[in-house]
Design a protein around this ligand. Structure first.
Ligand SMILES: Nc1ncnc2c1ncn2[C@@H]1O[C@H](COP(=O)(O)OP(=O)(O)O)[C@@H](O)[C@H]1O
Ligand SMILES: [Mg+2]
Length: 377
């Protein structure tokens, strides 16, 4: 086994039991550098771990990110144990650093952490059937459920104003006014589409401000590939990729999962006739999510879940269009009008959700009634 000396120096600072016999990079992630490490112990079975370099381009305050991850994983682990669920393989567990803490700085500006390896599991990038998406919904629902009594003031707001729709709209208007790339006159219709919906789409922010819905721990990256599924049964085992856990609304997590996972087309599809909300996928995710959360979330939260899907789709469309107006400085593009294509695609998806809103609301109402009743609400 040949291994980079710098990587070896990082590994040596963690309190792994035994001696390392394997180190291989995992290439399925997009943001962080991730390695699988195998350690052998005298007399005992070998154990696997993952070692990850935190992306400190995206995360400017790695210590706060790590503190959030530690608090959340420890809370989930305790909550599972209290409810008679063995947390082993079902929640991330940080490996301690020798001498204390859970993060290693490599002297070159890089920050590292290690977790127990989630065994016998994999992630998927595409949903093959609604049952899979129901499992993903159940995993994120379970995550919320275990954190429903988390003391939210203890979490750091590591990316301030992340889902502040009102602020995002203000930034958007500034991009329209500045018009640095001279593109505003070519996208009048798209700008109006965003403006017309502004007041309705600020509803979640208003509900939080008015105390109608509480701040909770939100994952903020509820993509399909951030849930590890059992390799044989497909059952959801563990939610991963916790770097963006922050105070927020449960509607954001639900909504972004739907926006990303229940669309019939890719985020940048140019044939807009192919872009729609797959209502069966919506119902499947929602069923798993509500089954796990009906007893823990408030009625207002549960009945507002569909609004989350609309707002997250709106917010993404708005950000893509703003970046197009800014001259493509934030999102990586692969073709000249890539951000405009993305914005139009989100707009089409949002318009389809608006058409299907009554149906979405009906599905959620029925599921809340069904799952609420079963658990004695
Ligand atoms: N604790 C773990 N056990 C097993 N595999 C893991 C674990 N954490 C991450 N992985 C694997 O590494 C990949 C990338 O990890 P993730 O935390 O999602 O980072 P990224 O931000 O790069 O998506 C995942 O898709 C998964 O396959
Ligand atoms: Mg990930």
């Amino acid at each position: 086994m040949t291994i980079d000396v710098k990587l070896k120096a990082v590994i040596d600072r963690f309190d792994f039991p035994g001696h390392m016999i394997e180190c291989a990079e995992i290439k399925t992630g997009h943001i962080n550098r991730t390695y699988r490490l195998r350690f052998a112990q005298d007399g005992g079975p070998a154990r696997d771990y993952v070692l990850q370099r935190i992306n400190n381009y995206v995360f400017k305050k790695p210590a706060e990110v790590m503190e959030n991850v530690r608090l959340v994983t420890e809370h989930i682990s305790r909550a599972m144990a209290a409810r008679g669920i063995d947390p082993e393989n079902r929640v991330l567990r940080l490996v301690p650093v020798k001498g204390g803490g859970a993060m290693v700085e490599d002297g070159e500006g890089g920050f590292w952490r290690a977790y127990d390896f989630i065994k016998h599991a994999h992630t998927i990038d595409r949903i093959k059937h609604p049952g899979q998406f129901r499992q993903i919904g159940a995993a994120f629902g379970q995550f919320q459920s275990m954190l429903s009594d988390f003391p939210i003031h203890r979490l750091h707001d590591t990316i301030p104003h992340f889902h502040d729709t009102r602020k995002r709209l203000g930034d958007f208007e500034r991009s329209v006014q500045l018009d640095v790339a001279g593109r505003a006159c070519t996208v009048r219709e798209e700008i109006e589409f965003i403006r017309r919906r502004g007041p309705a789409m600020c509803r979640i922010v208003e509900m939080i401000e008015a105390g109608e819905i509480p701040l909770r721990v939100t994952h903020n990256d509820t993509k399909i590939n951030n849930v590890m599924l059992d390799a044989d049964t497909g059952e959801a085992l563990c939610v991963i990729d916790l770097d963006t856990v922050m105070p927020g609304s449960v509607l954001y997590d639900f909504g972004d999962a739907i926006r990303y996972g229940a669309s019939t087309a890719a985020e940048d599809e140019t044939d807009l006739s192919r872009v729609a909300l797959d209502i069966d996928l919506f119902a499947a995710f929602s069923d798993g999510f509500i089954a796990a959360t009906a007893a823990r979330l408030t009625g207002t939260e549960l009945y507002s879940l569909p609004l989350g899907a609309l707002v997250m789709t709106y917010e993404n469309g708005l950000r893509f269009l703003a970046d197009y107006l800014d001259g493509d400085i934030y999102y990586r593009i692969e073709r000249p009008a890539h951000n405009l294509d993305r914005a139009r695609c989100q707009g089409r998806l949002l318009a389809d959700m608006e058409q299907k809103r009554a149906e979405m609301d009906g599905i959620v109402r029925e599921q809340v009634r069904r799952w609420g009743k079963n658990i004695g609400l």
